[in-house]
Structures are given as C-alpha cells and as structure tokens.
Design a protein around this ligand. Structure first.
Ligand SMILES: Nc1ncnc2c1ncn2[C@@H]1O[C@H](COP(=O)(O)OP(=O)(O)OP(=O)(O)O)[C@@H](O)[C@H]1O
Length: 298
C-alpha cells in the first residue's frame, strides 16, 4: 500500500484558553487535489504550520509521505512545499538570489535549470534579477509559489494563494498548479473563494473551530444538502426568514429545497406570510451554499 501524502492523527493545539485545533484527523492520498476550507480562525493556517513544523502540536501526530514532522523533520520538510499566506521577504535580494538561497536551505546546489523553469512557468523570467522590493503584490505572491517549489516537493500546500491577486494572474496560477497536480504532485489548498475550490478540488475538508465538520468528495458534498436554491427579493425579509430562509443581501432571502415539486408550496407560504414577492431566481447547488449549510449545522 502506498503511504498517504499527508496523515494527520488526533492533532490538538491550544493557544492559552483557545483551542485552535481540537483533535483533527485527516488522510490525503498521493496525487489528490484537496481543499481545506473553513471560516476565519477555523484553524487552517495552524494545521498547515504544524505540517511545516513551524507550530508544535500539543497532541497527536502528523506525517508527510510517511515521515513524522517532529521525529523525522528533515525528511518530512523535504517532501513538502508550502506557499504561505503572508508576503514576507527580505527586500534586498533579487528573485533569483532568493530562490538560490531557498535551494541552499535544502542543501541543493546548481539548481539554476529548475529555477529557470519555475520562473518561466510563473511568468517571472523578466523579473529574475529585480529586487523583491520592486515587485508588485501579485508578483511577490508568484515568487512565494516559486520558493515553495525549488526543492521539487511531491506535496504542495497553498494557503490562500489567490488572496489579493487579479483575475488573470489567478487563472495563470491555477493553470500552473493544475499542471503540477497532473504531473503527480499532491496539492492541498485553502481558499475563501469557494468557486475555485469547487472547480479544482476532488475532495474537501471543512473545518470549524478546530474540528473537521465535513470531509467528502466535492461531488458528494454538493449533493449532500439541498439540491436547489430559491432566491427571492421581498418587501419584508423578516417574514421570509421566519419561514426558514437565510438573508443573503439587501432584501434578498435564500431558501434551499430538494425538488421542483416543493417550489410551489414554498412560494405559496411566502405569499401567505405577506413577504411581498418582487423577484425570484433559481440556482443549482454550489459549494458556497453547502459551506454555509455545513457551518450552520455544525
Ligand atoms: N500564535 C498564536 N497565538 C495565539 N492565538 C493564535 C496564534 N495563531 C493562531 N491563533 C488563533 O488560533 C485560531 C486559528 O487560527 P488560524 O490562523 O489557524 O485560522 P485560519 O483558519 O487559518 O483563519 P484565516 O481564514 O483567517 O486564515 C484563531 O482563533 C487564531 O486567533
């Protein structure tokens, strides 16, 4: 049997009285494109930091490609590339220097061919000799991706890589990450853009307050809860909410329902409640709705 790319067993982490991770179990297979989702403060970054050996868990264990991140740190770290959320760089180095230094951390010399290849893939070749402080935020983010790849890790974790990144770059970045996945790399991604997670990830774990509250294939998650949605614009949102709807934006309330045969009755109840229907929209299942539902129930 092949070892999982990542194994997380009963991991706990406490900051003072705050339980950042409350017993997380996860197994991610080699070659998966896996999504780690959760609201702010759910513990995603803490879990990633524990995988990278930057945070020591209070209990439980973590393995990368079969290597324990505490007992066998060097091998675990060699197998992992992390693209962190924060943009922190030494501003005095050029992009190429930075990538050479990063290679050095892993004891790799003469890595220039691979560095050139990564730079080209990330459309950074023309910035190879520019100092980090002269790059835009989006370019810096691409350098973070490059930095995570210098040692050719089989497992790559991206912590919100597209936060504050423009559409074009975001698409380019996904194309590149998809190619890495096709080439056999295991990808773990956290993002608040649920549409991205829905199209990219084969499997998803949802975290809430340090616990895994949903873990399944994206396909199954999309079908686990209500299959359709009804959005209504109404004069009295509170009347619609009282019927089980969820206020989504100004005057709009959303309902989940299972089949079109339920629609008529729902509209009738809205009319009887005097909600004052102005406009309706029907929607197919999407991950955002599933996410909201999971967080609501957990
Ligand atoms: N070094 C620390 N000291 C104290 N509390 C911390 C520390 N790091 C994280 N926390 C707390 O642990 C909890 C989990 O934080 P974490 O950054 O892992 O969440 P997250 O899911 O990554 O959130 P986001 O989506 O905002 O990035 C939060 O309540 C956070 O305030």
């Amino acid at each position: 049997m092949t070892v999982p790319a990542i194994r997380v067993s009963a991991v706990t982490k406490q900051y003072g009285t705050l339980k950042a991770l409350g017993g997380v179990d996860l197994e991610i297979g080699q070659g998966e494109f896996f999504g780690l989702l959760g609201p702010n403060g759910a513990g995603k970054t803490t879990l990633i930091s524990a995988l990278a050996g930057l945070v020591r868990p209070d209990g439980g264990s973590l393995e990368i490609m079969g290597h324990d991140v505490v007992r066998d740190y060097r091998n675990a770290r060699r197998n992992l590339g992390v693209v962190p959320q924060e943009l922190v760089f030494d501003p005095f180095f050029s992009v190429r220097e930075l990538l050479r230094i990063q290679s050095g951390y892993f004891g790799i010399r003469g890595n220039d061919d691979w560095i050139d290849e990564i730079l080209a893939s990330l459309d950074l070749t023309h910035k190879a000799d520019a100092n980090m402080r002269m790059l835009s935020g989006g370019m810096k983010r691409r350098v973070l991706v490059a930095q995570a790849l210098v040692h050719r890790p089989p497992v790559i974790v991206l912590d919100e890589p597209t936060a504050g990144v423009d559409v074009e770059l975001r698409q380019g970045l996904w194309q590149f990450v998809r190619k890495l996945n096709r080439d056999g790399h295991t990808i773990v991604l956290t993002t608040h853009y649920l549409e991205e997670a829905e199209t990219l990830c084969g499997r998803i774990a949802m975290l809430k307050a340090g616990k895994v509250v949903a873990l399944d294939t994206t396909e199954n998650l999309l079908h686990r809860f209500a299959t359709h949605s009804l959005r209504v614009s109404v004069d009295r949102a509170e009347a619609a909410v009282a019927l089980g709807g969820m206020a989504v934006e100004d005057g709009w309330v959303e309902f989940a329902f299972e089949g079109y045969d339920k629609l008529e009755a729902l509209l009738a109840r809205l009319r009887e409640a005097g909600a004052g229907l102005r406009e309706i929209q029907l929607g197919e299942p999407d991950l955002e709705r599933v996410f909201v539902e999971v967080m609501h129930r957990a």
